[in-house]
Design a protein around this ligand. Structure first.
Ligand code: SAH
Length: 346
């Protein structure tokens, strides 16, 4: 995998310009190469058709392009596409294109596996193997953008960090990737169309607020009662709801932006009035939106989606308190591409 050559994508635009200026060419060639790498998503130097053959050869002798490769692609009957993405070291992550009438959303991964241990999530079974670097995150977006154009005749409109991994446990790289996604030299997407979903790492939520990030935040809450949440998301023991709530208050004070909570209602776990009252109490400090997401079974039936009566009760009680609530249907279930089903099953 060209591992002895330097990865050209580790170079900034300025470094590329300097490289050309000091190798008998002109600095603007560096800008051209940068555009090939970051705007046009070139995987091979020979694709860089506005460079001379000799220049392309010279680059090939000096550098490699450590890009990702779509290793497998499955298309669901509802238009969802799940990609197995091969990284330069052979590891695999998954990214999903979710088309709806108005949107094309990319769901991207931030880590190989995950260090958290949510009992209902398939990715947690993989453990965390490594963080993705910024380019590997950015490349997933570019690959999905290409698929969106190819299969749906439109570019990506939204990005959600809801694939494999906990984005706030790989914060710096996620931030760098988002910088590139939103910069004019990258894809030029608005940060308002990006959602970072976290299981709730209070320290990092505070940091995001202090860094004044411009993208949106979603929190996978699933319960506002500590004992219940700890039983399904054991790290809640370390980061209890009080800390999460204080961090979110800090986030809201700094950003003034609505907070979205992701929430699955399971039979016998969080389907009572007491659970709903706790949720209302938890999220009333700031304008909130609760996304009731459908459970995607991952195994032996330990968890069962609650029935419609329980969901309806959530909706009516939340609405009565003016909390926006949506009931979200899963996409791509037939190919294991839905939330929490990403586990390299192929
Ligand atoms: N680690 C991040 C992002 C990845 S999970 C987070 O926890 O937010 C993306 C969303 O899918 C989260 O809300 C997560 O709780 C949810 N999820 C995980 N497993 C699921 C499953 N089996 N069915 C439905 N949603 C699930």
């Amino acid at each position: 995998m060209n591992s002895t050559k330097k990865d050209i994508r580790a170079l900034s635009k300025e470094e590329l310009r300097t490289f050309f200026a000091t190798h008998g060419d002109q600095a603007f060639r560096g800008t051209q190469v940068y555009e090939w790498l970051w705007q046009k998503g070139a995987h091979h130097f020979e694709d860089m058709t506005n460079l001379s053959k000799a220049t392309r050869q010279m680059l090939d002798e000096n550098f490699s392009i450590n890009h990702i490769e779509v290793d497998s692609m499955q298309r669901s009957s509802d238009g969802t596409i799940k990609n197995g993405i091969r990284l330069h070291d052979g590891m695999i992550v998954e990214s999903v294109l979710i088309p709806t009438a108005k949107r094309s959303t990319a769901c991207v991964s931030s880590q190989v596996g995950c260090s958290l241990d949510c009992k209902f999530c398939a990715t947690s079974r993989l453990k965390r193997m490594r963080n993705l670097n910024p380019d590997e995150i950015y490349d997933q977006v570019v690959a999905i953008d290409k698929q969106s154009k190819l299969y749906h005749n439109r570019p990506l409109s939204n990005i959600v960090f809801m694939g494999m991994g906990e984005p706030l446990m790989n914060y710096n790289n996620v931030l760098k990737a988002i910088d590139k996604i939103t910069s004019k030299e990258g894809l030029g997407m608005s940060p308002k169309r990006i959602v970072v979903s976290t299981s709730g790492v209070p320290k990092m939520i505070r940091k995001m607020a202090d860094d004044q990030v411009k993208f949106n935040l979603a929190v996978s809450l699933h319960s506002a009662i500590d004992s219940v949440r700890t039983s399904i998301m054991p790290f809640n023991e370390t980061f209890p709801l009080k800390d999460l709530r204080e961090a979110l208050q800090h986030w809201y004070a700094a950003t003034n932006r609505i907070i979205t909570y992701e929430y699955v209602v399971w039979e016998g776990i969080n389907d009572t009035k007491t659970d709903i009252e706790a949720l209302i109490k938890f999220c009333q400090f700031a304008p909130s939106k609760v996304n009731l997401i459908e459970y995607n079974p991952i195994d032996d039936g330990e968890f069962q989606q609650a029935n419609d009566t329980a969901i309806d009760l959530y909706v009516s009680m939340l609405e009565a308190k003016n909390i926006t609530v949506t009931v979200r249907r899963s996409r791509g279930k037939d190919i294991d591409a839905a939330c929490g089903q990403l586990a390299n099953k192929a």
